[in-house]
Write a protein that binds this ligand. Structure first.
Ligand code: TEU
Ligand code: CA
Length: 571
Protein backbone atom coordinates (compact mmCIF):
# COMPACT_ATOMS: atom_id res chain seq x y z
CA UNK A 1 0.00 0.00 0.00
CA UNK A 2 1.19 3.48 -0.78
CA UNK A 3 2.21 5.61 2.18
CA UNK A 4 -0.14 8.49 2.92
CA UNK A 5 1.41 11.77 1.82
CA UNK A 6 1.02 13.36 5.21
CA UNK A 7 3.19 10.70 6.82
CA UNK A 8 6.13 11.77 4.69
CA UNK A 9 5.50 15.47 5.18
CA UNK A 10 7.11 18.07 7.37
CA UNK A 11 4.65 20.71 8.56
CA UNK A 12 5.43 24.36 9.32
CA UNK A 13 3.08 26.28 11.57
CA UNK A 14 2.43 29.96 10.89
CA UNK A 15 0.93 32.39 13.37
CA UNK A 16 -0.02 34.97 10.72
CA UNK A 17 -0.20 38.01 12.93
CA UNK A 18 3.49 37.63 13.80
CA UNK A 19 4.91 36.09 10.65
CA UNK A 20 5.41 38.83 8.05
CA UNK A 21 3.75 42.19 7.42
CA UNK A 22 3.49 43.02 3.73
CA UNK A 23 1.70 46.39 3.86
CA UNK A 24 3.40 48.26 6.66
CA UNK A 25 0.63 48.37 9.27
CA UNK A 26 2.58 46.39 11.87
CA UNK A 27 0.40 43.29 11.52
CA UNK A 28 1.44 40.13 9.75
CA UNK A 29 -0.80 39.15 6.86
CA UNK A 30 -1.45 36.76 3.99
CA UNK A 31 0.64 38.87 1.62
CA UNK A 32 3.50 38.35 4.06
CA UNK A 33 3.11 34.58 3.95
CA UNK A 34 3.15 34.71 0.14
CA UNK A 35 6.47 36.59 0.28
CA UNK A 36 8.02 33.79 2.31
CA UNK A 37 6.88 30.72 0.42
CA UNK A 38 10.25 30.27 -1.24
CA UNK A 39 11.90 30.47 2.15
CA UNK A 40 9.71 27.63 3.40
CA UNK A 41 10.34 25.65 0.26
CA UNK A 42 14.07 26.01 0.74
CA UNK A 43 13.78 24.71 4.28
CA UNK A 44 12.08 21.60 2.91
CA UNK A 45 8.53 22.19 4.09
CA UNK A 46 5.68 20.17 2.56
CA UNK A 47 2.65 21.43 4.45
CA UNK A 48 1.90 24.83 5.95
CA UNK A 49 -0.57 25.06 8.82
CA UNK A 50 -1.92 28.57 9.12
CA UNK A 51 -3.52 29.63 12.40
CA UNK A 52 -6.98 31.24 11.98
CA UNK A 53 -7.29 33.88 9.25
CA UNK A 54 -11.08 34.22 9.39
CA UNK A 55 -12.95 37.43 10.23
CA UNK A 56 -12.46 38.09 13.93
CA UNK A 57 -12.47 40.91 16.47
CA UNK A 58 -9.19 39.39 17.74
CA UNK A 59 -9.91 38.97 21.39
CA UNK A 60 -7.87 35.75 21.07
CA UNK A 61 -6.05 36.59 17.83
CA UNK A 62 -8.41 34.92 15.42
CA UNK A 63 -9.52 32.03 17.62
CA UNK A 64 -12.70 34.04 18.12
CA UNK A 65 -14.35 33.87 14.72
CA UNK A 66 -17.14 36.23 13.70
CA UNK A 67 -17.45 35.00 10.11
CA UNK A 68 -16.18 31.62 8.94
CA UNK A 69 -16.59 32.56 5.28
CA UNK A 70 -14.48 35.70 5.25
CA UNK A 71 -10.82 36.57 5.67
CA UNK A 72 -9.89 38.93 8.50
CA UNK A 73 -9.53 42.41 7.00
CA UNK A 74 -6.13 42.96 8.62
CA UNK A 75 -4.87 39.80 6.92
CA UNK A 76 -6.17 40.60 3.44
CA UNK A 77 -8.95 39.35 1.20
CA UNK A 78 -10.31 36.03 -0.02
CA UNK A 79 -8.50 36.75 -3.25
CA UNK A 80 -5.21 36.99 -1.35
CA UNK A 81 -5.95 33.69 0.30
CA UNK A 82 -6.73 32.01 -3.01
CA UNK A 83 -3.50 33.35 -4.46
CA UNK A 84 -1.60 32.01 -1.48
CA UNK A 85 -3.17 28.59 -1.95
CA UNK A 86 -2.32 28.58 -5.63
CA UNK A 87 1.24 29.77 -5.11
CA UNK A 88 1.83 27.15 -2.44
CA UNK A 89 0.41 24.42 -4.67
CA UNK A 90 2.55 25.65 -7.58
CA UNK A 91 5.58 25.04 -5.37
CA UNK A 92 4.42 21.57 -4.39
CA UNK A 93 3.41 22.62 -0.88
CA UNK A 94 0.05 22.09 0.76
CA UNK A 95 -1.95 24.32 3.08
CA UNK A 96 -4.04 23.32 6.06
CA UNK A 97 -6.22 25.73 7.98
CA UNK A 98 -7.19 26.02 11.60
CA UNK A 99 -10.73 24.88 12.31
CA UNK A 100 -12.22 26.52 15.39
CA UNK A 101 -15.61 24.95 16.04
CA UNK A 102 -15.85 24.59 19.81
CA UNK A 103 -16.85 28.25 20.01
CA UNK A 104 -17.32 31.40 17.95
CA UNK A 105 -16.82 35.06 18.70
CA UNK A 106 -19.59 36.79 20.63
CA UNK A 107 -19.71 39.05 17.56
CA UNK A 108 -20.67 36.18 15.27
CA UNK A 109 -24.19 36.86 13.89
CA UNK A 110 -25.35 33.54 15.41
CA UNK A 111 -24.46 34.76 18.86
CA UNK A 112 -25.79 38.26 18.26
CA UNK A 113 -29.13 36.65 17.43
CA UNK A 114 -28.87 34.03 20.14
CA UNK A 115 -28.44 36.59 22.88
CA UNK A 116 -31.20 38.87 21.57
CA UNK A 117 -34.06 36.99 23.26
CA UNK A 118 -34.78 33.75 25.06
CA UNK A 119 -36.97 32.51 22.24
CA UNK A 120 -34.83 33.55 19.31
CA UNK A 121 -34.52 30.64 16.84
CA UNK A 122 -30.73 30.73 17.33
CA UNK A 123 -30.98 30.65 21.14
CA UNK A 124 -29.91 27.01 21.29
CA UNK A 125 -26.87 27.55 19.12
CA UNK A 126 -25.09 28.33 22.40
CA UNK A 127 -25.32 27.11 25.97
CA UNK A 128 -27.61 29.30 28.08
CA UNK A 129 -28.66 28.70 31.68
CA UNK A 130 -30.64 30.73 34.21
CA UNK A 131 -28.76 32.03 37.25
CA UNK A 132 -28.36 29.77 40.27
CA UNK A 133 -29.25 30.70 43.84
CA UNK A 134 -28.79 34.43 44.57
CA UNK A 135 -28.06 35.12 40.92
CA UNK A 136 -24.85 33.09 41.02
CA UNK A 137 -23.30 31.34 38.06
CA UNK A 138 -25.11 28.15 36.98
CA UNK A 139 -22.17 26.04 38.21
CA UNK A 140 -18.69 26.34 39.67
CA UNK A 141 -16.69 25.74 36.49
CA UNK A 142 -13.59 27.83 35.86
CA UNK A 143 -12.74 29.05 32.38
CA UNK A 144 -9.50 27.74 30.84
CA UNK A 145 -8.43 31.39 30.68
CA UNK A 146 -9.31 32.03 34.35
CA UNK A 147 -12.41 33.32 36.15
CA UNK A 148 -15.87 31.81 35.84
CA UNK A 149 -16.74 29.88 32.67
CA UNK A 150 -20.10 31.71 32.71
CA UNK A 151 -20.99 35.22 31.70
CA UNK A 152 -24.25 36.89 32.68
CA UNK A 153 -25.96 38.54 29.73
CA UNK A 154 -28.07 41.47 30.92
CA UNK A 155 -30.40 41.42 27.97
CA UNK A 156 -32.09 38.13 28.86
CA UNK A 157 -30.84 37.68 32.41
CA UNK A 158 -29.23 34.33 31.63
CA UNK A 159 -25.65 33.11 31.61
CA UNK A 160 -23.80 31.68 28.63
CA UNK A 161 -20.94 29.19 28.83
CA UNK A 162 -17.46 30.13 27.61
CA UNK A 163 -14.65 27.67 28.28
CA UNK A 164 -12.16 30.19 26.89
CA UNK A 165 -12.52 34.01 26.95
CA UNK A 166 -15.80 35.86 27.58
CA UNK A 167 -15.76 36.72 23.90
CA UNK A 168 -15.66 33.02 22.91
CA UNK A 169 -19.10 31.56 23.71
CA UNK A 170 -19.22 27.76 23.34
CA UNK A 171 -21.35 26.35 20.56
CA UNK A 172 -24.04 23.87 21.56
CA UNK A 173 -23.03 20.65 19.79
CA UNK A 174 -26.12 18.88 21.11
CA UNK A 175 -28.13 20.91 18.62
CA UNK A 176 -28.28 19.22 15.23
CA UNK A 177 -28.68 22.47 13.28
CA UNK A 178 -25.41 23.86 14.67
CA UNK A 179 -23.53 20.75 13.63
CA UNK A 180 -24.98 20.84 10.13
CA UNK A 181 -24.06 24.53 9.76
CA UNK A 182 -20.48 23.72 10.76
CA UNK A 183 -20.20 20.76 8.41
CA UNK A 184 -21.46 22.91 5.55
CA UNK A 185 -18.76 25.46 6.30
CA UNK A 186 -16.03 22.78 6.50
CA UNK A 187 -17.04 21.38 3.10
CA UNK A 188 -17.07 24.91 1.65
CA UNK A 189 -13.41 25.35 2.56
CA UNK A 190 -12.44 21.87 1.41
CA UNK A 191 -14.18 22.53 -1.92
CA UNK A 192 -11.92 25.55 -2.28
CA UNK A 193 -9.04 23.09 -2.46
CA UNK A 194 -7.32 23.42 0.89
CA UNK A 195 -5.48 20.34 2.02
CA UNK A 196 -6.84 19.76 5.48
CA UNK A 197 -7.33 21.13 8.96
CA UNK A 198 -5.80 21.40 12.37
CA UNK A 199 -8.89 21.14 14.55
CA UNK A 200 -8.84 23.51 17.49
CA UNK A 201 -9.84 22.61 21.05
CA UNK A 202 -11.89 19.77 19.63
CA UNK A 203 -11.89 17.60 22.74
CA UNK A 204 -14.01 20.19 24.54
CA UNK A 205 -17.13 20.09 22.37
CA UNK A 206 -18.97 17.56 24.55
CA UNK A 207 -20.02 18.79 27.98
CA UNK A 208 -21.24 16.41 30.68
CA UNK A 209 -24.99 16.04 31.01
CA UNK A 210 -26.70 18.51 33.31
CA UNK A 211 -23.57 20.68 33.66
CA UNK A 212 -23.27 19.87 37.39
CA UNK A 213 -20.99 21.52 39.94
CA UNK A 214 -17.64 19.76 40.13
CA UNK A 215 -16.10 18.59 43.43
CA UNK A 216 -14.42 21.48 45.20
CA UNK A 217 -12.30 20.08 48.05
CA UNK A 218 -10.22 23.28 48.36
CA UNK A 219 -13.29 25.55 48.51
CA UNK A 220 -12.22 27.59 45.53
CA UNK A 221 -14.46 30.22 43.96
CA UNK A 222 -14.29 28.38 40.64
CA UNK A 223 -12.84 24.93 40.04
CA UNK A 224 -10.77 23.84 37.04
CA UNK A 225 -13.46 22.39 34.83
CA UNK A 226 -11.63 19.77 32.77
CA UNK A 227 -13.74 16.94 34.15
CA UNK A 228 -16.82 18.70 32.87
CA UNK A 229 -15.83 18.98 29.24
CA UNK A 230 -12.51 17.43 28.28
CA UNK A 231 -12.81 14.25 26.20
CA UNK A 232 -16.11 13.30 27.77
CA UNK A 233 -18.17 10.20 27.00
CA UNK A 234 -20.15 10.61 23.81
CA UNK A 235 -17.69 12.93 22.09
CA UNK A 236 -16.79 10.26 19.53
CA UNK A 237 -20.35 10.24 18.20
CA UNK A 238 -19.90 13.88 17.20
CA UNK A 239 -16.41 13.36 15.85
CA UNK A 240 -17.44 10.37 13.74
CA UNK A 241 -20.31 12.39 12.32
CA UNK A 242 -17.95 15.29 11.60
CA UNK A 243 -15.60 12.95 9.77
CA UNK A 244 -18.35 11.27 7.74
CA UNK A 245 -19.97 14.54 6.76
CA UNK A 246 -16.74 16.27 5.80
CA UNK A 247 -13.15 14.95 6.02
CA UNK A 248 -13.86 11.43 4.76
CA UNK A 249 -14.98 12.80 1.42
CA UNK A 250 -11.63 14.43 0.54
CA UNK A 251 -7.93 13.52 0.19
CA UNK A 252 -6.77 15.72 3.03
CA UNK A 253 -4.92 15.55 6.32
CA UNK A 254 -6.43 16.27 9.70
CA UNK A 255 -4.76 16.80 13.04
CA UNK A 256 -6.88 17.23 16.12
CA UNK A 257 -5.82 19.27 19.12
CA UNK A 258 -6.50 16.46 21.53
CA UNK A 259 -6.01 17.64 25.08
CA UNK A 260 -7.08 14.84 27.41
CA UNK A 261 -6.99 11.94 24.98
CA UNK A 262 -5.18 8.90 26.34
CA UNK A 263 -3.09 6.43 24.42
CA UNK A 264 -5.68 3.78 25.26
CA UNK A 265 -8.11 5.56 22.93
CA UNK A 266 -5.67 5.71 20.02
CA UNK A 267 -7.73 3.48 17.70
CA UNK A 268 -10.84 5.59 18.06
CA UNK A 269 -9.00 8.85 17.57
CA UNK A 270 -6.23 8.10 15.08
CA UNK A 271 -6.54 4.45 14.04
CA UNK A 272 -5.84 4.04 10.30
CA UNK A 273 -9.47 3.29 9.45
CA UNK A 274 -11.33 3.69 12.70
CA UNK A 275 -9.83 7.03 13.69
CA UNK A 276 -11.66 10.34 13.46
CA UNK A 277 -8.41 12.19 12.66
CA UNK A 278 -5.17 11.27 10.87
CA UNK A 279 -3.10 12.56 13.77
CA UNK A 280 -3.57 14.29 17.07
CA UNK A 281 -1.56 16.64 19.22
CA UNK A 282 -1.25 14.94 22.58
CA UNK A 283 -0.58 17.36 25.44
CA UNK A 284 1.35 15.32 27.99
CA UNK A 285 4.86 16.58 27.31
CA UNK A 286 3.63 20.17 27.31
CA UNK A 287 2.93 19.75 31.03
CA UNK A 288 6.28 18.18 31.93
CA UNK A 289 7.43 21.42 33.62
CA UNK A 290 4.08 22.40 35.13
CA UNK A 291 3.66 22.33 38.90
CA UNK A 292 0.70 20.68 40.65
CA UNK A 293 -1.26 23.94 40.28
CA UNK A 294 -0.91 23.97 36.50
CA UNK A 295 0.98 25.98 33.92
CA UNK A 296 1.55 29.14 35.98
CA UNK A 297 3.40 27.08 38.58
CA UNK A 298 6.57 26.51 36.63
CA UNK A 299 8.78 23.68 37.82
CA UNK A 300 12.39 24.48 36.85
CA UNK A 301 13.47 21.06 38.13
CA UNK A 302 11.49 19.09 35.56
CA UNK A 303 13.09 15.78 34.74
CA UNK A 304 14.44 14.63 31.40
CA UNK A 305 13.40 11.09 32.32
CA UNK A 306 9.77 12.29 32.46
CA UNK A 307 10.00 13.89 29.03
CA UNK A 308 11.58 10.73 27.65
CA UNK A 309 8.95 8.52 29.24
CA UNK A 310 6.06 10.52 27.76
CA UNK A 311 7.40 10.78 24.23
CA UNK A 312 8.54 7.16 24.21
CA UNK A 313 5.19 5.91 25.47
CA UNK A 314 3.50 7.63 22.52
CA UNK A 315 6.12 6.24 20.15
CA UNK A 316 5.63 2.63 21.11
CA UNK A 317 1.96 3.07 21.91
CA UNK A 318 1.00 4.30 18.45
CA UNK A 319 3.25 1.91 16.54
CA UNK A 320 1.04 0.22 13.93
CA UNK A 321 -2.00 1.71 15.65
CA UNK A 322 -1.89 5.33 14.61
CA UNK A 323 0.52 8.08 13.67
CA UNK A 324 2.23 10.66 15.89
CA UNK A 325 2.18 14.42 15.47
CA UNK A 326 5.67 15.38 16.65
CA UNK A 327 6.13 18.83 18.14
CA UNK A 328 8.05 20.80 20.75
CA UNK A 329 6.53 24.22 20.12
CA UNK A 330 3.39 25.99 19.06
CA UNK A 331 1.70 29.35 19.54
CA UNK A 332 0.44 28.32 23.00
CA UNK A 333 3.74 27.16 24.41
CA UNK A 334 7.09 28.68 25.36
CA UNK A 335 10.04 28.45 22.97
CA UNK A 336 11.66 25.01 23.17
CA UNK A 337 15.27 26.20 23.30
CA UNK A 338 14.45 28.37 26.33
CA UNK A 339 12.28 25.72 27.91
CA UNK A 340 14.12 22.45 27.40
CA UNK A 341 17.66 23.48 26.51
CA UNK A 342 19.89 26.57 26.64
CA UNK A 343 19.09 29.92 25.06
CA UNK A 344 22.43 31.37 26.26
CA UNK A 345 25.92 29.91 25.90
CA UNK A 346 24.88 26.82 23.92
CA UNK A 347 22.02 28.38 22.03
CA UNK A 348 22.99 27.04 18.63
CA UNK A 349 24.19 23.60 19.78
CA UNK A 350 21.18 22.96 21.98
CA UNK A 351 18.59 24.16 19.46
CA UNK A 352 20.07 21.72 16.93
CA UNK A 353 20.07 18.94 19.48
CA UNK A 354 16.36 19.45 20.21
CA UNK A 355 15.59 19.32 16.51
CA UNK A 356 17.28 15.94 16.12
CA UNK A 357 15.70 14.65 19.29
CA UNK A 358 12.08 14.96 18.18
CA UNK A 359 12.32 14.97 14.39
CA UNK A 360 13.73 11.47 14.03
CA UNK A 361 10.92 9.84 15.95
CA UNK A 362 8.08 8.15 14.11
CA UNK A 363 5.40 10.59 13.05
CA UNK A 364 4.92 13.83 11.18
CA UNK A 365 7.09 16.65 12.55
CA UNK A 366 5.70 20.15 13.07
CA UNK A 367 8.01 23.15 13.16
CA UNK A 368 6.65 26.36 14.66
CA UNK A 369 7.70 29.62 13.01
CA UNK A 370 11.04 30.82 14.33
CA UNK A 371 11.91 27.45 15.85
CA UNK A 372 14.12 26.80 12.81
CA UNK A 373 16.32 29.76 13.81
CA UNK A 374 16.17 29.09 17.53
CA UNK A 375 13.94 31.99 18.55
CA UNK A 376 13.77 32.33 22.33
CA UNK A 377 11.26 33.31 25.02
CA UNK A 378 10.35 36.98 25.35
CA UNK A 379 12.07 38.76 28.25
CA UNK A 380 9.69 41.74 28.61
CA UNK A 381 9.74 43.28 32.07
CA UNK A 382 6.65 45.43 31.62
CA UNK A 383 3.27 43.72 31.60
CA UNK A 384 2.13 46.35 29.06
CA UNK A 385 4.29 44.63 26.46
CA UNK A 386 2.15 41.50 26.56
CA UNK A 387 -0.95 40.99 24.43
CA UNK A 388 -2.34 37.54 25.16
CA UNK A 389 -5.83 37.43 26.68
CA UNK A 390 -4.80 34.49 28.86
CA UNK A 391 -1.80 36.40 30.25
CA UNK A 392 -3.96 39.47 30.84
CA UNK A 393 -6.57 37.47 32.75
CA UNK A 394 -3.88 35.76 34.79
CA UNK A 395 -2.28 39.11 35.61
CA UNK A 396 -5.58 40.60 36.77
CA UNK A 397 -6.44 37.61 38.93
CA UNK A 398 -2.97 37.24 40.38
CA UNK A 399 -2.85 40.94 41.26
CA UNK A 400 -6.24 40.68 42.92
CA UNK A 401 -4.90 37.72 44.90
CA UNK A 402 -2.04 39.92 46.14
CA UNK A 403 0.88 38.57 44.08
CA UNK A 404 3.70 40.95 43.20
CA UNK A 405 4.45 42.03 39.62
CA UNK A 406 7.79 40.34 39.94
CA UNK A 407 6.22 37.03 40.86
CA UNK A 408 3.65 37.26 38.06
CA UNK A 409 6.25 38.19 35.44
CA UNK A 410 8.36 35.24 36.48
CA UNK A 411 5.47 32.91 35.66
CA UNK A 412 4.75 34.72 32.40
CA UNK A 413 8.42 34.52 31.38
CA UNK A 414 8.40 30.78 31.89
CA UNK A 415 4.99 29.81 30.53
CA UNK A 416 3.17 32.73 28.88
CA UNK A 417 1.87 32.18 25.36
CA UNK A 418 3.34 35.45 24.10
CA UNK A 419 6.80 33.87 24.39
CA UNK A 420 6.14 32.31 21.01
CA UNK A 421 4.14 35.16 19.51
CA UNK A 422 6.76 37.89 19.18
CA UNK A 423 7.33 38.96 15.56
CA UNK A 424 9.32 36.60 13.38
CA UNK A 425 12.96 37.68 13.22
CA UNK A 426 13.79 38.06 9.55
CA UNK A 427 16.80 40.36 9.77
CA UNK A 428 18.74 42.74 12.00
CA UNK A 429 16.91 45.71 10.46
CA UNK A 430 14.46 47.84 12.38
CA UNK A 431 11.54 45.75 13.71
CA UNK A 432 13.46 42.60 12.80
CA UNK A 433 12.51 43.00 9.15
CA UNK A 434 9.00 41.93 10.10
CA UNK A 435 7.41 45.27 9.33
CA UNK A 436 8.22 48.84 8.46
CA UNK A 437 5.90 50.03 11.19
CA UNK A 438 5.81 49.46 14.94
CA UNK A 439 4.67 45.82 15.24
CA UNK A 440 1.42 44.96 17.06
CA UNK A 441 3.58 43.28 19.67
CA UNK A 442 7.16 44.09 20.66
CA UNK A 443 9.95 42.23 18.97
CA UNK A 444 12.27 40.17 21.09
CA UNK A 445 15.32 42.47 21.51
CA UNK A 446 17.64 39.61 20.55
CA UNK A 447 16.53 39.94 16.92
CA UNK A 448 19.79 41.76 16.20
CA UNK A 449 21.62 38.48 16.83
CA UNK A 450 19.06 35.80 15.95
CA UNK A 451 17.53 36.31 12.50
CA UNK A 452 16.82 34.50 9.25
CA UNK A 453 19.06 36.64 7.05
CA UNK A 454 22.13 35.87 9.12
CA UNK A 455 21.34 32.19 9.35
CA UNK A 456 20.72 31.81 5.63
CA UNK A 457 24.23 33.18 5.07
CA UNK A 458 25.85 30.90 7.63
CA UNK A 459 26.16 27.23 6.64
CA UNK A 460 26.62 26.30 10.32
CA UNK A 461 23.39 27.97 11.41
CA UNK A 462 20.40 26.39 13.09
CA UNK A 463 18.41 27.03 9.91
CA UNK A 464 20.82 25.05 7.76
CA UNK A 465 20.89 22.30 10.33
CA UNK A 466 17.09 22.00 10.18
CA UNK A 467 17.32 21.94 6.41
CA UNK A 468 19.84 19.07 6.48
CA UNK A 469 17.82 17.23 9.08
CA UNK A 470 14.65 17.46 7.00
CA UNK A 471 16.53 16.18 3.95
CA UNK A 472 17.99 13.37 6.04
CA UNK A 473 14.54 12.37 7.31
CA UNK A 474 13.39 12.03 3.75
CA UNK A 475 16.38 9.98 2.62
CA UNK A 476 16.39 7.36 5.39
CA UNK A 477 13.36 5.04 5.22
CA UNK A 478 14.02 3.90 8.80
CA UNK A 479 12.79 7.26 10.06
CA UNK A 480 9.40 6.53 8.57
CA UNK A 481 9.16 2.82 9.26
CA UNK A 482 11.66 1.75 11.93
CA UNK A 483 10.52 0.53 15.31
CA UNK A 484 11.42 2.75 18.26
CA UNK A 485 13.34 1.86 21.38
CA UNK A 486 14.42 4.22 24.14
CA UNK A 487 17.79 3.37 25.68
CA UNK A 488 18.68 4.15 29.29
CA UNK A 489 15.29 5.55 30.33
CA UNK A 490 16.54 6.65 33.78
CA UNK A 491 19.51 8.67 32.50
CA UNK A 492 18.85 12.35 33.33
CA UNK A 493 21.45 13.76 30.92
CA UNK A 494 21.01 11.86 27.69
CA UNK A 495 18.08 11.13 25.42
CA UNK A 496 19.16 8.17 23.32
CA UNK A 497 16.99 6.02 21.10
CA UNK A 498 17.27 3.62 18.20
CA UNK A 499 15.07 3.00 15.20
CA UNK A 500 15.33 -0.54 13.88
CA UNK A 501 14.31 -2.14 10.63
CA UNK A 502 15.48 -4.33 7.79
CA UNK A 503 17.67 -1.46 6.55
CA UNK A 504 19.67 -1.49 9.76
CA UNK A 505 19.68 0.52 12.96
CA UNK A 506 19.54 4.28 13.33
CA UNK A 507 21.06 5.53 16.59
CA UNK A 508 20.03 8.98 17.82
CA UNK A 509 22.15 10.47 20.60
CA UNK A 510 21.18 13.72 22.34
CA UNK A 511 22.88 15.26 25.33
CA UNK A 512 20.78 17.61 27.42
CA UNK A 513 23.76 18.59 29.56
CA UNK A 514 25.58 21.96 29.52
CA UNK A 515 28.73 20.06 30.49
CA UNK A 516 30.81 17.33 28.91
CA UNK A 517 29.38 13.95 29.85
CA UNK A 518 30.24 10.28 29.62
CA UNK A 519 27.91 7.97 27.84
CA UNK A 520 28.02 4.16 28.05
CA UNK A 521 25.85 2.55 25.41
CA UNK A 522 24.71 -1.08 25.48
CA UNK A 523 27.33 -3.52 24.14
CA UNK A 524 25.27 -4.26 21.09
CA UNK A 525 26.18 -0.83 19.73
CA UNK A 526 29.76 -0.31 20.86
CA UNK A 527 32.83 -1.25 18.91
CA UNK A 528 30.77 -1.51 15.76
CA UNK A 529 31.27 0.65 12.75
CA UNK A 530 28.53 3.12 11.89
CA UNK A 531 28.09 6.04 9.55
CA UNK A 532 27.77 9.44 11.15
CA UNK A 533 24.96 11.16 9.25
CA UNK A 534 24.56 14.39 11.15
CA UNK A 535 26.06 16.15 14.16
CA UNK A 536 25.97 19.61 15.72
CA UNK A 537 29.74 19.70 16.30
CA UNK A 538 32.22 19.62 13.48
CA UNK A 539 35.27 17.70 14.64
CA UNK A 540 37.73 17.61 11.84
CA UNK A 541 37.03 14.17 10.49
CA UNK A 542 33.30 14.23 10.85
CA UNK A 543 31.15 16.86 9.31
CA UNK A 544 27.45 17.26 8.94
CA UNK A 545 27.48 15.89 5.43
CA UNK A 546 27.73 12.32 6.70
CA UNK A 547 29.59 9.32 5.38
CA UNK A 548 32.21 9.41 8.05
CA UNK A 549 32.83 6.01 9.63
CA UNK A 550 32.75 5.97 13.39
CA UNK A 551 33.21 3.19 15.87
CA UNK A 552 31.18 3.92 19.01
CA UNK A 553 33.51 3.70 22.04
CA UNK A 554 32.56 1.89 25.24
CA UNK A 555 33.00 5.07 27.21
CA UNK A 556 32.02 7.96 25.02
CA UNK A 557 32.70 11.58 25.94
CA UNK A 558 30.02 13.91 24.65
CA UNK A 559 30.36 17.65 24.43
CA UNK A 560 27.70 20.01 25.85
CA UNK A 561 24.37 19.39 24.11
CA UNK A 562 26.07 17.20 21.56
CA UNK A 563 23.85 15.33 19.17
CA UNK A 564 24.66 12.75 16.53
CA UNK A 565 22.78 10.48 14.17
CA UNK A 566 24.46 7.16 13.36
CA UNK A 567 23.46 4.45 10.92
CA UNK A 568 24.48 0.81 11.37
CA UNK A 569 24.12 -1.55 8.44
CA UNK A 570 22.11 -4.69 9.06
CA UNK A 571 24.24 -7.35 10.80
O1 TEU B 1 -6.05 25.92 22.62
C1 TEU B 1 -6.86 25.05 23.34
C2 TEU B 1 -6.46 24.57 24.64
O2 TEU B 1 -7.06 23.57 25.01
C3 TEU B 1 -5.58 25.12 25.69
O3 TEU B 1 -5.04 23.99 26.31
C4 TEU B 1 -4.43 25.94 25.30
O4 TEU B 1 -3.26 25.29 25.68
C5 TEU B 1 -4.44 27.27 25.98
O5 TEU B 1 -3.51 27.99 25.28
C6 TEU B 1 -4.17 27.25 27.47
O6 TEU B 1 -2.96 27.88 27.78
C7 TEU B 1 -6.57 26.34 21.40
C8 TEU B 1 -5.65 27.27 20.67
O7 TEU B 1 -4.48 26.60 20.33
C9 TEU B 1 -5.44 28.49 21.49
O8 TEU B 1 -4.52 29.38 20.91
C10 TEU B 1 -6.77 29.17 21.66
O9 TEU B 1 -6.64 30.26 22.53
C11 TEU B 1 -7.82 28.21 22.22
O10 TEU B 1 -7.83 26.96 21.54
C12 TEU B 1 -9.19 28.79 22.06
O11 TEU B 1 -9.58 28.77 20.71
CA1 CA C 1 -0.14 43.99 7.45
Amino acid sequence: MQTKWWKESVVYQIYPRSFMDSNGDGIGDIGGIRLKLDYLKELGIDVIWICPVYESPNDDNGYDISDYYRIMKEFGTMEDFELLLKEAHDRGMRIIMDLVINHTSDEHPWFVESRSSRNNPKRDYYIWRPPGANGAEPNNWESIFGGSAWQLDEQTGEYYLHLFSVKQPDLNWEYEEVRQELYRMVRWWLDKGIDGFRIDAITHIKKIAGLPDLPNPDSRTYVPSWDGHRNREGILDYLRELKEETFARYDIMTVGEANGVELEQAEQFVGPDTGVFDMMFQFEHMAVDHGPGGKWEYNPNWKLSDLKAILSRWQTGLENRGWNALYLENHDAPRSVSRFADDGTFHSESAKMLAVCYMLMQGTPYIYQGQEIGMTNAPFSDIQDYRDVEIMNFYREAKAAGLSDEHILQAVHAQGRDNSRTPMQWSADLHAGFSEAEPWMRTNPNYTAIHVEGQLADPESIFHFYKKLIALRKSIPLVLTGSYELLMPEDEKHFVYVRRGTEGVLLVVCSFSPEATELRLPEELTGRESRLLLTNYSNGQADAEGDCLISIPEVWTLRPYETGVYLFDPK
